[in-house]
Design a protein. Structure first.
Length: 298
């Protein structure tokens, strides 16, 4: 098995959850929910704490195969990570390290090529010796979706946006979300008006900080495969919107690996994206968007 070379987030310390809402009561409720969900996330897959499930798995797997029951939170995140792997054809994968030596032999359920197996019926994770998993980024996407879901259970009319690491999930009228997010996420204003509600934000924040003008080819439209700019990783920041945050993050991480070639996958997968950056020695910011990123003129 080859471990995909996708870039990983800086880790738990970089993903303090934030909620954005125009109504004070919604903000108060969402803040409490966000703290609870983030604690669950950290206890399950955080690598900055010695008592997290993932940290313990890695400690035991350093010496032998591991068989352990996992929490509902860990299982939910792992299942979403497996979904991301299927969606990306294995480019986005939870395994970041796998020992080249043979297994210790304690886990007979594992195929020789499988670094891990999760048995949903028993809630057990079978982890091969020497395997290291990274579930934090996908966990952030799960957490953002979970925060919004739980807030809606308490207040079905709530309008808010939850931000956890690279994931942004919102619910409510577009103008309310735009107002709540403010200029920090200005590049989400247009896709929110298109109906997108879940995003992955990579690189710098969505705000355009450079004073330079956009190039003439910074127009909305399908990016042609033969365009030279889309064959390499030229962009510095990317925002991807999809049906849910895990799908958005999956496409965003695919874009990191595939560069411009990821555009076809994003469009074919029903997602939308905006990329910003400088090409070669150019001094003007270049902006490329998929067709549905900007609302159609009425």
């Amino acid at each position: 098995m080859t471990v995909p070379a996708t870039r990983r987030s800086r880790g738990p310390e970089s993903a303090t959850p934030a909620v954005h809402a125009t109504e004070p009561l919604t903000h108060l409720i969402a803040g409490g929910v966000a703290d609870s969900v983030f604690d669950e996330l950290s206890r399950a897959v955080g690598t900055d704490r010695a008592d997290s499930e993932l940290t313990m798995f890695h400690a035991f797997a350093a010496h032998d195969d591991v068989v352990m029951e996992v929490s509902g939170t860990f299982a939910a995140i792992l299942e979403r990570a497996q979904e991301a792997s299927r969606l990306s054809g294995g480019l986005v994968h939870p395994v970041v390290e796998m020992a080249p030596t043979d297994s210790g032999g304690a886990v007979h359920l594992l195929h020789p090529d499988d670094p891990f197996v999760y048995d949903a019926a028993t809630g057990r994770l079978y982890l091969r010796r020497g395997t290291v998993l990274d579930l934090w980024d996908i966990g952030c996407a799960w957490a953002a979706e979970e925060i919004v879901s739980r807030v809606l259970e308490a207040d079905p009319a709530a309008a808010l946006a939850a931000v956890v690491g690279p994931a942004v999930v919102s619910v409510g009228a577009a103008w309310e979300i735009v107002d709540a997010l403010g200029q920090e996420f200005s590049s989400l204003h247009l896709p929110l008006r298109c109906g997108l509600r879940s995003f992955a934000v990579l690189g710098s924040t969505a705000r355009i900080t450079g004073p330079r003008a956009l190039t003439s080819d910074a127009v909305t439209g399908a990016v042609r495969a033969e365009s030279a700019v889309v064959h390499g990783r030229w962009w510095d920041s990317a925002v991807v919107g999809a049906d849910d945050a895990v799908r958005a993050l999956t496409f965003a991480m695919m874009a990191e690996r595939l560069g411009g070639e990821a555009f076809d996958y994003i469009v074919d997968g029903g997602a939308e994206a905006e990329f910003q950056g400088y090409v070669g020695a150019e001094t003007r910011l270049r902006l490329l968007r998929t067709p549905g990123w900007v609302p159609k003129a009425s």
